[in-house]
Write a protein that binds this ligand. Structure first.
Ligand code: 5GP
Ligand code: MG
Length: 456
C-alpha cells in the first residue's frame, strides 16, 4: 500500500513533572491537524507508557488514563488520514522494545522512500504491524550497529528522504528532528515549572504553546536535531544542511491555525493579505463578501477591505461536525457539507455575492456552497479562491488526493466554473500568493501542489 498522507500534529514535552498533561493540552490545541486518532507516550526513566486510540483527543483521554501517563517527558500525536485502515496500529506514537531498551516515535510528514525502505526491511525478515512510515524508523534504529541511541537516530535519519518532523522518546531522553528541507513546521518553547525549573516543549504549531503557557523560543531549524537529556538545555546538532529550504506554502493557506506563527509569520495576517491580493487581481462588482467558514474568513476580510464591499457572515458553520474532507465516499461527503454549513437567507436573498474560500480540491465544497446559496435566493455568485488551482498531488504530507481526483488537473477554469455552477470563478495567482507572504525573490516555498515542481 502506498504511504498515507500524514499532515498531523506532533508534540514533545521534556523536563516537566506533568509532561503528559501538557502534551494532552497541546494536542487539544492542535486538533485541527488531525481528528482520526490520538496518542501519548510518557517516560519516567524506568519505563515508557503509551495510550492511543482512534478518535478526538477528548475522547481518547480522560482523567483516569492520563493519570497512568506519569513521568517528566512525553511525546504525542494527532493523526490525520483520509484513506485506508483505521486500525489502532496506525495510531501513533509507535512504541517498540529493542536492545537498548524502549522507544516511542511520533512523525508528521511523509517519507518519499518509504516503500523501498520497507520492502528492504521486510525482505530481511522485519515484520510490520502498521502501514505507517514511522514504523520504518524503529526498525532502522533497532538494526543500527551504533552503541548509543543518538548515533542510531542519526544513522536512521541519513537513510530516509522526504518530509518529516520526528520526535523520539527513550526512557530518559527526547530527540526532536526536522527534515533538511524544512517542509513541515516545528517550534521550540520553554515552560516555567512551579518549582522554578525550566521545561521544554516542541510542537507543530505555536497555538499549542499559548494553551500551556509556554514561551516561544525559536523554530527547530531544517536539518537540526535537538537532544533533551537531564537538566541541561537542549543540545543542538546539525545533521544535514541544504542550501535551499522548502517550507510548505499550504500551511499558510489552509492547514495551520490563524493564531499560530508558522515559518516566522503569523498565519492570520498572511491569509488576510491573500484576500487583499485576490481583490486586486480578481475584482468583481458585488453587494457583499462572504467567507466559507472557517477556512475562508481571514481572506474574505482582506478581500472586503481591499474591494470596499461589505463583509457579511452569510454562512453559519455547525462546529460539532468534523472536517468534511475526511469522509471516504462522495455521497457522505456531500451530505456533510450541508450538515456543516448553512446560509443565512435574510443576508443572501437577492444579493450579488463574492464567496471566498481558501482552496478547491475535489470541487465538492464549492459546488455544494453554490447550490445552498442559490437555494437561499442569491442573485449572483462569484467564487474567489485565495490560492492558485491545486493541480498536483502532495508527496510530503498534505492530504491532496490522487491527481485524478483534483478537479484542477482535469478541468480548466471555465469548466470548473461551469461544474460548480458559479457565475464566475477566479483564483489567486502564484505571484499574488508570494506577494501576500512578502517574501524576497530568494525565499523558497514548496508549492508543488500548484506548480508541480517537486523539491525531492
Ligand atoms: P473540496 O471540497 O474542493 O474537495 O475541498 C475544498 C475544501 O476543503 C476547502 O473548503 C478547504 O478549506 C478544504 N481543504 C483543503 N485542503 C484540505 C486538506 O488537506 N484537508 C482538509 N481536511 N480540508 C482541506
Ligand atoms: Mg474549508
Amino acid at each position: 500500500m502506498a504511504g498515507f498522507a500524514e499532515e498531523c500534529a506532533v508534540v514533545g514535552v521534556y523536563g516537566c513533572p506533568n509532561a503528559a498533561n501538557i502534551a494532552y493540552y497541546a494536542l487539544f490545541a492542535m486538533q485541527h491537524r488531525g481528528q482520526e486518532a490520538s496518542g501519548i507516550s510518557s517516560a519516567n526513566a524506568q519505563k515508557i507508557h503509551t495510550i492511543k486510540n482512534q478518535g478526538l483527543v477528548t475522547s481518547v483521554f480522560n482523567q483516569q488514563n492520563l493519570a497512568k501517563l506519569q513521568g517528566f517527558a512525553a511525546v504525542g500525536h494527532n493523526r490525520y488520514s483520509t484513506a485506508g485502515d483505521d486500525s489502532i496500529f496506525d495510531a501513533q506514537p509507535v512504541f517498540a522494545r529493542y536492545d537498548l531498551g524502549e522507544i516511542s516515535v511520533v512523525h508528521n510528514g511523509n517519507l518519499t522512500n518509504a516503500k523501498t525502505l520497507r520492502s528492504e526491511l521486510i525482505r530481511n525478515g522485519a515484520i510490520f504491524q502498521s502501514f505507517l512510515d514511522t514504523e520504518i524508523l524503529t526498525h532502522l534504529i533497532a538494526k543500527s550497529k551504533h552503541q548509543h541511541l543518538q548515533e542510531r537516530i542519526t544513522d536512521a535519519v541519513t537513510q530516509i528522504e522526504g518530509a518529516y518532523c520526528l520526535l523520539f522518546l527513550s526512557r530518559s531522553k527526547m530527540f526532536a528532528l526536522r527534515d533538511p528541507l524544512g517542509f513541515r513546521p516545528l517550534s521550540l518553547g520553554t515552560i516555567h515549572n512551579r518549582d522554578g525549573s525550566i521545561g521544554y516543549i516542541v510542537a507543530s504549531e505555536t497555538c499549542a504553546f499559548d494553551l500551556v503557557n509556554a514561551t516561544f523560543e525559536r523554530e527547530v531549524a531544517p536539518g537540526e536535531m535537538l537532544v533533551f537529556d537531564g537538566n541541561k538545555p537542549p543540545q543542538s546538532f546539525m545533521l544535514a544542511q541544504q542550501p535551499l529550504q522548502y517550507p510548505c506554502i499550504f500551511e499558510y493557506i489552509y492547514f495551520a491555525r490563524p493564531d499560530s506563527t508558522i515559518f516566522g509569520r503569523n498565519v492570520y495576517h498572511i491569509r488576510k493579505a491573500m484576500g487583499v491580493e485576490l481583490a486586486k487581481e480578481k475584482p468583481i462588482d458585488a453587494d457583499i463578501v462572504i467567507p466559507v467558514p472557517d477556512s475562508g474568513i481571514a481572506a474574505a476580510l482582506g478581500y472586503a477591505k481591499q474591494s470596499q464591499i461589505p463583509f457579511e457572515l452569510g454562512i453559519v458553520r455547525n462546529h460539532y461536525v468534523g472536517r468534511t474532507f475526511i469522509e471516504p465516499t462522495q455521497q457522505i461527503r456531500e451530505l456533510k457539507v450541508r450538515l456543516k454549513l448553512n446560509p443565512i437567507r435574510e443576508i443572501i436573498a437577492g444579493k450579488r455575492l463574492v464567496v471566498i474560500d481558501d482552496s478547491i480540491v475535489r470541487g465538492t465544497t464549492s459546488k455544494q456552497i453554490v447550490q445552498i446559496l442559490r437555494d437561499a435566493g442569491a442573485k449572483e455568485i462569484h467564487m474567489r479562491i485565495s490560492s492558485p488551482p491545486t493541480a498536483h498531488s502532495c508527496y510530503y504530507g498534505v492530504d491532496t488526493p490522487n491527481e485524478q481526483e483534483l478537479i484542477s488537473s482535469k478541468m480548466n477554469l471555465d469548466e470548473i466554473c461551469h461544474y460548480i455552477e458559479a457565475d464566475s470563478l477566479a483564483y489567486l495567482s502564484i505571484e499574488g500568493l508570494r506577494k501576500s507572504l512578502a517574501c524576497g525573490k530568494e525565499e523558497q516555498f514548496c508549492q508543488a501542489c500548484f506548480d508541480g515542481q517537486y523539491p525531492i
